[in-house]
Ligand binder design. Sequence first.
Ligand SMILES: CC(=O)N[C@H](C=O)[C@@H](O)[C@H](O)[C@H](O)COP(=O)(O)O
Ligand SMILES: C=C(OP(=O)(O)O)C(=O)O
Length: 340
Amino acid sequence: MIGGSHPCFIIAEIGQNHQGDIEIAKKMIKMAKDCGADCAKFQKSELEYKFSKRALERPYNSKHSWGKTYGDHKRHLEFSHDQYRELKKYAEDIGIFLTASGMDEMAVEFLHELDVPFFKVASCDANNFPYLEKTARKGRPMVVSTGMQSMETIRRVYKTVKEHNQKFTLLQCTSAYPLDPKDVNLSVIRKYQEEFPDVPIGYSGHEKGIYITVAAVAMGAKVVERHVTLNKTWKGNDHEASLEPSELAELVRAIRLVETAMGSPDKQMLPCEKTCHDKLGKSVIAKVTITKGTVLSLDMFAVKVGEPKGIPPENMQNLVGKKIKVDVEEDDSILADMIE
Ligand SMILES: CC(=O)N[C@H](C=O)[C@@H](O)[C@H](O)[C@H](O)COP(=O)(O)O
Ligand SMILES: C=C(OP(=O)(O)O)C(=O)O
C-alpha cells in the first residue's frame, strides 16, 4: 500500500548497475533486501523497440561504454526474459518486491507477463502518451517519474493515466547524473501535492548522498527511488550518483526515523514532557508581599520556576481584579486556592 499514512515505499533502483552480470544483480537484490528497501528495480528494454536502428548504431565512446556502439553497450547490459524470470524468483525467495521500468511498450508487455507488482514509468516515457495509455489500461499500479518534463505535460500525464487507472503515483525527478542540489527542486513535490491531491507524490533522486531524499520524505514523499551500487567507482553512468549499501541502509533508517518524527499535528503537552514541566515549567509568583484581601493587579506578579508549582503564566491575566484570601510572602507561588 502506498500513500496516506502508509510508510514511504523505498525503491532500490539497480537499473543497469549490475554491469550485465546476473550474479551481481542477485547480490544487489539481496543487498536491497538487507538494507531494508521495499523493492528492487531494474530497467527492461526491448532494444529495437526502445531505440531506432541509427540510435543503436551510434558510436558510444564514453568511459562508461560496454561496446563500440550504443546498441552493443545496451545489449551487454540487457537481461533476457529467462534471466528476468530467474531474478524475479530469486527476489520472491528472499522476500522483496521486484519490478522494472518498461522502457518501451514491448518491455511493458513482458513485465505484465512477468507479473510485476507495479509498472515503473521512467522519465523518458512520461511524455509518451500512447505508451502511458496502454500501460495504464493494464490495470497494474504505476509509479511515474517526471524528469525532463514541463508542468503542462505532467497535467496531461495525470489526466491520461487517471482516465484508465486510479492507482498511480507521480515522482518529482530531475534527470541529471549526478544531480546538483540546485537543480533538485524539491518544491515541485508541494506543487504536485497541491495540483494532484488525490494521488500520492514521491521523489526519484539522482543526487549524491541521502539528505535530500530524507527531506523529500519530510515533505510528504510517499515513494522514493534511489540508484544503488555495490561500488561507486565501477564503470557505468549511474554508479557515482548511486548509494552504496551502507548509505542505502542509512537512508532507510533515516526515512523511518523521520516518519516516526512527523507524528501528529495536534499541539498539546505530551506525557513525555511532564518531567521537564515539573522541573522547569513556570508559574505566577508574588513579586511583592501581598496581604490578605488585596485586589490583585499585574504589577504584583513575576513569572518564575516556583515551588510548589502554581498558576501557569498564560492564566495570569485572569487573576487581575480578584481578591487574595491569604497573606503571600514575596517570591512565593500564588496558588489557585488562595484566590477568592
Ligand atoms: C533517463 C533514464 O533512462 N535514466 C536511467 C535511470 O535513472 C539511467 O539509469 C540511464 O539508463 C543511464 O543513465 C544510461 O546510461 P548509459 O547511457 O551509459 O547506458
Ligand atoms: C529512468 C528511470 O527513472 P527516473 O526517471 O525516475 O530516473 C527508470 O526508472 O529507469
